[in-house]
Design a binder for this molecule. Structure first.
Ligand code: NAD
Length: 260
């Protein structure tokens, strides 16, 4: 089912996106990675994905703040792989600050990368998926798509917005063999979270260890970070034929956080 499918994963040069790219490579898909990284590391990642079993690989440097570059990403993949079957909107950044000090440029960037990029990528991919009468859109949202935390106003806004987009896309595409769903992870230990530990420590005036124990994992009843592989497995399920009837939904993967 996933073998030979053409998969775009935005923001996949590290963390969850890279883990998803590795997962879909093992299934024999055609993979396009995207994100910021130096040239030698791009080659390294592409070679690794081929070794894992990817049917074909490519990199596109689209900056997720730029709608025209996002459109070019989707069209380039369609030209090179003859299709866009699975779109995984994953690129995201974080900034932690009380709202009164939140820099306007960081607010705009978070909204562009974490929310608007999914709109533009879906807008470009859906006509291709409709022509094929098949498609999967998987949005990597967050537990912060469902609940809030202080000092993350822009991120929480963007992730709540992603769930609204997911539902709307599902309704617009339901009769074309296309599904749209969101995954809402709790804390996953990735470079994004490592940066956040530092920022939160600064914003709250506490140590990094206190941030992990008393802020992050305090919310997560399992007291464990979610694993990247767990997010990738859920994306794999949503992309599979077993999930043909699953659309417009969001799936917590948060160690019980949003059960509070
Ligand atoms: P990460 O920092 O490891 O990876 C982010 C990726 O996005 C990188 O490849 C980076 O190059 C790319 N990126 C950043 N700005 C970009 C831009 N302008 N254009 C193109 N690519 C850009 O982060 P992660 O933790 O793997 O996060 C991935 C997604 O998962 C994000 O949407 C994040 O909000 C979400 N998420 C993460 C967690 C967590 O705890 N790590 C929890 C819930 C949701």
């Amino acid at each position: 089912m996933i073998k030979n499918k053409s998969v775009i994963i935005t923001g996949s040069t590290s963390g969850i996106g890279l883990g998803i790219a590795q997962f879909f490579s093992k299934k024999g898909a055609k993979i396009c990675i995207n994100g910021f990284i130096d040239n030698s590391s791009i080659e390294q990642i592409l070679n690794q994905l081929k070794t894992l079993g990817a049917d074909a690989v490519m990199y596109h440097a689209a900056d997720m703040t730029q709608p025209t570059e996002i459109e070019d990403l989707v069209n380039s993949v369609n030209s090179k792989f003859s299709s866009v079957d699975i779109l995984i909107n994953n690129a995201g950044i974080q900034y932690v600050s009380p709202i009164e000090n939140f820099p306007a440029d960081m607010y705009e960037k978070i909204i562009q990368i974490n929310m608007s990029s999914s709109f533009y990528a879906s807008k470009a991919a859906i006509p291709i998926m409709k022509r094929n009468n098949w498609g999967r859109i998987i949005n990597i949202a967050s537990a912060h798509g469902v609940v809030a935390s202080p000092f993350k106003s822009a991120y929480v806004m963007a992730k709540h917005g992603i769930l609204g987009l997911t539902k709307t896309l599902a309704l617009e595409t339901a009769q074309f063999g296309i599904t749209a769903n969101a995954i809402c992870p709790g804390y996953v230990l990735t470079p994004l979270v490592e940066g956040q530990i530092k920022d939160t420590a600064r914003a709250r005036g506490i140590s990094e260890n206190e941030v992990i124990q008393n802020v992050m994992l305090a919310n997560q009843p399992t007291k464990k970070f979610v694993k990247i592989e767990e997010v990738a497995e859920m994306a794999g399920y949503l992309a599979s034929s077993k999930a043909n009837s699953v659309t417009g939904s969001s799936f917590p993967l948060d160690g019980g956080w949003t059960a509070h």
